[in-house]
Design a protein around this ligand. Structure first.
Ligand code: ADP
Ligand code: MG
Length: 675
């Protein structure tokens, strides 16, 4: 069996299920082997029938004395059997599986695992798992039995059988792609043992050792892949080294022209960028910083340096509005230094491109992607891109010369995750906010204090003339009628009861765009006090006078989501507040929400969320192009570290390990930083 062939070509049985298997991410037999159990059912207690007690979970090995269908009212069926093992007899009961009488015959040797109950007829096993005993080792009974992540129409039992079939086909000379020195240094299991033991372990220790090996492989291959990609990129591509020493003396007067002092992390990021620009390898750096941390000015310094070196820069923004905003800001910063900044929007792109006199061109990704003048292009800045690396490489391939790349993002990717997946990017972090911003005071408010909180909000609004948001519970991924209704109910309630002396307005996705805009303008102009909104509605407009945000059912959000919402306030020098309410009694949920009280940075919160909930929840529906790990976990920092160290060590001598190279090619490169 070719472990890497498409699953539907391998077996008839697989072909029928290939659609459903695809849903589980299983495309080849190898994927099947890496579809690891989510847990194990412990059926390892094998008991004589005479010793079985009611309430126990046991396995019985015996012989079928009788089996029959019994029809009940409403066309339901029971399957009743009697099994003996010479120490005694026990009744077996299944529900609605009439075909069982065809599969199990009197006289068959059978193993049964499950819970024992008792009724009038005596001890009875209720709906046990079973398998007929042959001379092969049992897989569904009498042991730790693997339970798999399931999907409709595919049961754990079916998966178990297929996995066993594939495992049996692994040839004895099956070679391990991992260099033996790594296996030895890291004290890992050989690959074949790991595969056998993750599915059919003798005990949990074996299962854990197996999981360690397979997790290591996954993290190791991901990191090695991105490291090799980086090497190739650097070899293939000769960049444009800027002269930095010569022009650095121009920077202080630029800094002086700014209406603020740079933060230390901005200075550090600028230093890192200038160092990259000096090199022969094109810069490929990710600048990560919270919303409002001041990434634009950092990018502006890089573009200024490109200009001083006689090169053009392009800045790509995700939306028209952001492009316009950037254009305004950057023109203001750089026009005094005689730099021609132009805006390329879909309506006027011809003009911008034809004029060709720009030194800096700002536009949306889609407009600029195909339209950049290659000549003298020295630097490309990509703002708020979600799948880093995509555009870099496609642009580089399209264009003859190899500009430096700076990607900027506010997505709080924990460092460990970034290093694992985006190992081919260098990272700069803006870890501090500009001076003078006040910390947003955040409280997790117990339900008993709700009334008090409402009175306090009312006082704040009346006496300090501020405004507030209240965010309704998050109900569904999309804004359906249900969540609109819920928001409406909440709005009516607040208006009639808690805040009957204030002016409130409701905002949700079903309101027409024009009306929405009017509500936002009215709010900005202080025409009402409290905006009640659904979580998904765009409240992106800057309302510096709003200083309070109330978030209902806060436990339903990831910390990053809460952080984004909290960022709607704290946009002035006034003290701002975030009040969280939760219906949840769970300690875990409360620990997470308490994190909001003490942590202010998106990156720290993302890291905490990762620890407490795992990456799936932070990144939701893979919206940031985050790969899904099959076995490993992004929160296993120490294993990530070990895998990274080994990948680094093996990289220079990779060509000596053809099996490993082959395995690297089998990784779907879609899965990691895409190209
Ligand atoms: P983001 O990182 O979200 O792109 P911006 O670059 O838009 O943030 O900066 C947010 C605001 O902070 C802008 O008004 C910018 O002028 C201002 N700003 C940037 N750096 C500083 C600083 N060091 N001190 C004070 N304000 C700053
Ligand atoms: Mg920005």
């Amino acid at each position: 069996m070719d472990l890497h062939a498409p699953i539907k070509d391998v077996e008839r049985a697989f072909k029928m299920y290939s659609g459903r298997l695809e849903k589980l991410g299983i495309r080849t037999p190898w994927d099947f082997l890496l579809h690891v159990p989510s847990r194990y059912e412990d059926f390892s207690l094998i008991s004589k029938i005479s010793e079985v007690q009611s309430g126990e979970i046991v396995t019985i090995n015996g012989e079928v004395l009788e089996i029959k269908n019994q029809y009940t009212r409403r066309w339901k069926t029971l399957q009743k059997a009697k099994v003996t093992d010479h120490s005694g007899e026990i009744n077996i009961l299944w529900f609605n599986q009439p075909y069982l009488v065809k599969n199990i015959k009197e006289g068959d040797k059978i193993a049964l695992s499950g819970k024992v109950g008792s009724d009038k007829a005596g001890l009875t096993m209720i709906a046990p798992d079973f398998e007929l005993l042959t001379d092969t080792e049992p897989i569904h009974t009498g042991r730790l039995v693997p339970i798999y992540p399931q999907t409709r129409g595919i049961s754990s039992k079916w998966i178990r059988r297929q996995v066993k079939k594939i495992l049996d086909e692994i040839p004895p000379n099956f070679s391990d792609f991992l260099p033996s020195e790594i296996i030895a240094n890291e004290k890992l299991l050989p690959l074949k043992n790991a595969l056998l033991q993750i599915h059919f372990p003798k005990n949990l220790d074996e299962a854990n050792k197996a999981r360690e090996r397979l997790s290591f492989d996954e993290l190791f291959l991901l990191q090695l892949k991105s490291k090799t990609k980086r090497e190739e990129w650097e070899e293939e591509v000769k960049g444009i080294p800027f002269e930095i020493k010569k022009f650095e003396k121009e920077l202080p007067s630029f800094y002086k022209s700014l209406p603020f002092e740079l933060t230390n992390s901005q200075k550090k990021a600028i230093e890192e960028i200038l160092k990259d620009l000096e090199g022969y390898d094109p810069m490929n750096r990710l600048l990560q910083g919270d919303v409002g941390s001041g990434k634009t000015v950092v990018a502006t310094v890089a573009m200024y340096m490109a200009f001083l070196n006689g090169y053009k820069s392009v800045l790509m923004a995700p939306t028209e509005i952001l492009a316009q905003q950037h254009f305004g800001v950057i023109s203001k910063f750089l026009s005094p230094f005689g730099i021609n900044v132009e805006l390329a929007t879909s309506s006027n792109r011809k003009l911008s491109i034809v004029s060709g006199k720009w030194s800096i061109l700002v536009g949306t990704h889609s407009v600029l992607f195909k339209k950049i003048e290659p000549e003298k292009l020295g630097l490309v800045i990509i703002d708020e891109q979600q799948r880093f690396g995509v555009e870099q490489r496609s642009i580089a391939r399209l264009k003859g010369n190899n500009p430096h790349f700076l990607t900027m993002t506010a997505t709080p990717i924990p460092r460990t995750v970034a290093l694992t997946i985006y190992g081919d990017l260098d990272l700069s972090y803006l870890s501090e906010m500009p001076h003078g911003r006040k910390i947003i005071k955040t409280w997790l408010v117990p339900e008993v204090k709700r009334e008090g909180a409402y009175r306090w909000i009312e006082k704040e609004i009346k006496f300090n003339k501020t405004q507030a948001f209240t965010i309704c519970p998050f109900i569904e991924e999309s804004e359906t009628l249900i969540s609109v209704k819920a928001a409406t109910v909440e709005f009516e309630k607040l208006k009639k009861e808690a805040f009957k002396n204030l002016k409130l307005k409701l905002l949700h996705g079903r309101i027409k765009a024009k009306e929405k805009a009017k509500i936002m303008t009215d709010f900005k102009n202080k025409k009402f006090d409290i905006l009640v909104a659904t979580p998904l509605v765009e409240v992106g407009i800057d309302i510096p006078n709003a200083t309070i945000i109330v978030i209902e059912a806060a436990e339903r959000f990831g910390l990053s989501g809460l952080h984004q919402l909290r960022g709607r306030v704290g946009r002035s020098d006034m003290q701002s507040y975030c009040l969280l309410f939760t219906e949840s009694q769970s300690t875990k949920a409360n620990t997470r929400l308490k994190g909001m009280e003490s942590l202010q940075s998106g990156a720290e919160l993302a890291e905490l969320d990762l620890k407490l909930r795992g990456p799936g929840d932070i990144y939701g529906t893979a919206q940031h192009g985050m790969p899904k790990l099959k076995v490993a976990s992004f929160s296993d920092f120490s294993l990530i570290e070990r895998a990274s160290t080994q990948a680094e060590k093996i990289l220079p001598k990779l060509s000596k390990f053809p099996a490993l190279e082959k395995e690297l090619n089998n990784i779907n490169s879609e899965q990691i930083s895409p190209d």
